[in-house]
Design a binder for this molecule. Structure first.
Ligand code: 5GP
Length: 180
């Protein structure tokens, strides 16, 4: 059975639209960071596909790191605290950091992560996000490079999963029936 033409998926943003938008975002990043040798930090796992396309669209010298953070339970949700499961391999003091994330939802994860990275003495910390579910925001998070604002729906594809499935879809989709 084909996964990409699964009738249980409703395409929200096509592969062509994503590629076109990321080309523009990459050009913006290249223009803004020319001569700064930025360090791109991908947030595992969801950002991996967006990150790999974005960095190939940014024609400047840059570095690459990954960080993994826990999804929070009910108690963490109120405190806004997030656990770092895999930390950076390098010090970032004096570096220009561009965090690359798949989606900003409540903003709790990102506001914690951005503050954490700033506290390590980075020269600057900015955020690139493919998707913005702005209606759900609880904590203000400035998105410096945004792919697409989207409605309050649970989306999958292009790195985003539902129970680890659908990350390989080349488009963003809504799952019609999560039970299927
Ligand atoms: P926030 O802290 O902004 O509420 O949560 C961000 C994280 O929640 C994202 O990195 C992602 O892992 C997850 N998330 C939020 N909305 C969605 C969604 O619609 N689909 C998927 N697959 N994950 C989501």
């Amino acid at each position: 059975m084909s996964e990409f033409s699964n009738p249980n998926l409703e395409v929200l943003i096509s592969s062509e639209e994503i590629q076109q938008r990321i080309k523009q975002m990459g050009a913006d990043v290249a223009r803004d960071y020319a001569g700064l040798n930025p360090l791109l930090i991908g947030v595992l796992k969801g950002a991996c596909i967006f990150l790999s396309d974005l960095m190939r669209a940014a024609d400047i010298p840059l570095g690459l790191e990954f960080i993994a953070i826990s999804s929070y339970g009910a108690s963490m949700r109120t405190s806004g605290e997030v656990r770092i499961l895999k930390d950076l391999d390098v010090a970032i003091e004096g570096r220009h950091i561009l965090v690359v994330e798949d989606i900003v939802d409540t903003g709790l994860t990102l506001s914690y992560l951005l503050a954490n990275l700033k506290s390590r003495g980075a020269a600057s910390v900015k955020l690139a996000a493919l998707l913005d579910k702005f209606e759900r925001r609880e904590k203000e998070v400035p998105i410096d490079y945004l792919g697409f604002p989207i409605p309050d729906k649970f989306v999958v594809g292009y790195g985003l999963d539902f129970a680890e499935r659908y990350r390989n879809l080349p488009f963003i989709a809504v799952v019609r029936d999560p039970e299927v």
